[in-house]
Design a protein around this ligand. Structure first.
Ligand code: GLC
Ligand code: MG
Length: 243
């Protein structure tokens, strides 16, 4: 039987990817222990866009993909249908899209970034961000949640979906304990990753929305790295004694 040392979960953009040398240095270390770890990529990108990024950057093949901010899960090219069914409960995509059409402040993202369990917009630069609280309150009645990232990305997902809930589902499936699980991220859509009772690494280049969350709710289980991008992941994995 394969003995797994830890479950490694990372965001892609501006966390694993963003500094070429750092990505390579981390991948080199991970490749040496690839048989002893599980790897999950948890990204806001669609599976197509994330796979292209993996090819472009020469990333290692993960065991699972959590894509579209946790709206979809893929394993060996197959979409997880149990997850899809779970997210479909009480989720009325068309009704929400109708409701949000009234907001001039929201600009729909390209079709490739939309999926049956994710409606994505850009908040217009001129818009007042407090509008998001109003939208969030309205969405609660629709079994939906709003996730704001990087000062511009607005994702609407079913209540039962986000990166954090998706990785807990997979962690339980893999029977990995939280203390042998580490999540890494840099922005707002990663906050849910840090709310799952696992270890966490916030990279040195993290965005204000994640650092604000950490200043309010952070615990010693989360490590804020000094170094940016994958250098920060390396620093954190060393801090937790995984490397
Ligand atoms: C990625 C996705 C986009 C999403 C953003 C933040 O950029 O492509 O749809 O809004 O992540 O989650
Ligand atoms: Mg990111």
């Amino acid at each position: 039987m394969k003995v797994i040392k830890f479950l490694f979960i990372t965001d892609l953009d501006n966390t694993l990817v963003g500094n070429r040398q750092a990505t390579d240095a981390l991948l080199h270390k991970l490749l040496l222990i690839r048989e002893q770890i599980y790897v999950i990529y948890a990204t806001g990108r669609s599976i197509h866009s994330a796979s292209d990024l993996k090819t472009d950057q020469g990333l290692l093949e993960p065991d699972y993909w959590v894509t579209g901010v946790g709206s979809e899960i893929y394993h060996r090219g197959q979409q997880d249908q149990t997850w899809a069914a779970r997210l479909s409960i009480d989720w009325n995509r068309a009704a929400i899209a109708d409701l949000l059409r009234a907001y001039d402040e929201l600009l729909p993202q390209p079709a490739a970034e939309q999926n049956p369990w994710k409606i994505s917009y850009f908040l217009k630069p001129t818009a007042d961000p407090t509008i998001l609280t109003r939208i969030e309150n309205q969405l609660a009645d629709f079994g939906a949640k709003l996730i704001f990232s990087s000062g511009q990305d607005v994702d609407i997902l079913p209540r039962s979906g986000d990166k954090g809930l998706a990785i807990t589902y997979l962690r339980e499936h893999l029977a990995m304990p939280p203390e042998k699980t580490v999540v890494c991220g840099d922005s707002g859509n990663d906050i849910s990753l840090f709310q799952q009772g696992t270890l966490g690494i916030i990279v040195g280049n993290a965005r204000a929305e994640l650092l604000d969350w950490y200043s309010r709710y952070g615990t010693p289980q989360q490590y804020v790295a000094n170094a940016p991008y994958a250098w920060g992941i390396l620093e954190g994995l060393q801090h937790f004694g995984f490397l």
